[in-house]
Design a protein. Structure first.
Length: 402
């Protein structure tokens, strides 16, 4: 029976980066198991921002920065989407001058400041023995920095792009694919009614998994992904042929937000960047739609084909988690606690080839995970390859890193 009377230590947990369905089930799993094993659990609010902005004074109001988690709190939230701890895209090692907390502005006055020392002091002030960050490669790359400075870290991978190295699965990916398929199928009626191309822009800055899997599942005729610069005439011709062969006279392409056609570059909304140096993507779907309409007469006997253009964006990251994003986060949370109970740290819990495991957290910072186009993508036909599925894991395309 678990020892719930004697306090073994304090665990901190946070969620960073974009929200996805499955975060609250992970928080719930960590918290309930930890409390029953005798730990206190502190939820750090707003990702790395909460612990960075905290004031080390017991009289200070730090309610925006952390909260003590209980079974009652997490049970109510565990079935919902998003993250009740909230999140941010904050990197404490690179904080612009105007984002430095007011109480630290005299001490940190450079244009870009490293507040990692404050983060570590704040963790010590709260008495946190182990920190469990849940996030993508940006959030977890900062976790690597903390680990290298002595903080005990056990990390959980999260991102709907499914591109954290070392794991085949990241929290949020399954729900993203599920939503993409559902929305695409809903929009078929409009595309078919008007005999148009349907262009759907989906997530995927550097990796095309969120376009590949729905296409493989039959949601689209074609997909274009960041790993391969596609030829716009080739895409137009393929979609025109697909449309002609469809009795309802429409065809569909999924466009990863980081996709580029030959001779082009990534499309950004503006020149601003987040704390990790990423410009906000947006617009490749619009550009592809315009080019399809302009080029379609060449392949359609001189007649242009109109386009239904939709950016899925937040529609696929909102709402409740699907079955996999309810089960996998529960397992990941318990895997993290297994490591804590064994006194192990500096690890990333993962799913590899259908088996749950853990790997060194440094893998996040030293590698990348993208679609292997030679194995999985047909560059002539702009769609996934459909062969040799024997012994492949659930989502087909894996991280080959050890």
């Amino acid at each position: 029976m678990a020892n719930i009377n004697k306090k073994k230590g304090v665990l901190g947990i946070l969620t960073g980066g974009g929200d996805v369905p499955g975060l609250n089930p992970a928080i719930r799993a960590v918290t309930i198991r930890a409390i029953r094993e005798g730990y206190q659990v502190i939820g750090l609010r707003r990702g790395w921002a909460g612990i960075m902005e905290m004031i080390r004074d017991k009289k200070a109001d730090n309610s925006r920065n952390y909260e003590i988690l209980t079974e009652e709190v997490v049970n109510k939230k565990g079935r919902t989407g998003g993250t009740f701890l909230h999140t941010s895209r904050t990197r404490p090692s690179r904080v612009p001058k105007n984002n430095v907390p007011v109480h630290l502005q005299e001490q940190y006055s450079k244009e870009v400041n490293d507040l990692t020392a404050e983060v570590i002091k704040n963790l010590d002030f709260l008495g946190i023995d182990y920190l469990i960050p849940i996030g993508g490669d940006d959030t977890l790359s900062y976790a690597v920095e903390l680990y290298q400075k002595g903080v005990k870290i056990v990390a959980i991978p999260k991102t709907m792009d499914n591109d954290v190295p070392g794991t085949d699965y990241c929290i949020g990916f399954s729900t993203c694919v599920t939503r993409t398929i559902e929305i695409t199928n809903s929009l078929r009626t409009t595309a078919g009614s008007h005999e148009r191309f349907l262009v759907l822009e989906v997530f995927g800055r550097y990796a095309g998994f969120t376009a590949m899997l729905p296409t493989m599942a039959g949601a689209a005729n074609r997909c274009v992904i960041p790993e391969y610069k596609f030829d716009m005439d080739n895409l137009t011709e393929l979609l025109t042929i697909d449309r002609m062969e469809n009795p309802s006279q429409y065809s569909i392409v999924l466009v990863s937000e980081g996709s580029m056609f030959k001779g082009g570059e990534m499309i950004f909304k503006d020149s601003t960047t987040d704390a990790y140096g990423h410009k906000k993507l947006g617009g490749i779907g619009d550009l592809v739609s315009e080019e399809l309409k302009n080029r379609s007469p060449k392949f359609n006997n001189g007649t242009p084909i109109d386009v239904v253009n939709q950016k899925l964006g937040y529609l696929v990251r909102g709402g409740s988690p699907d079955a996999i994003d309810s089960i996998a986060p529960m397992v990941y949370g318990n895997l993290a606690l297994d490591l804590v109970l064994e006194g192990v740290h500096g690890r990333l819990v993962v799913l590899k080839n259908g088996r749950y495991d853990n790997v060194p957290i440094e893998i996040v910072a030293r590698s990348s995970k993208v679609v292997d186009i030679h194995k999985h993508y047909n560059i002539e036909r702009l769609r996934p390859r459909y062969k040799r599925f024997t012994m492949k894991p659930l989502f087909i395309m894996t991280s080959d890193l050890e």
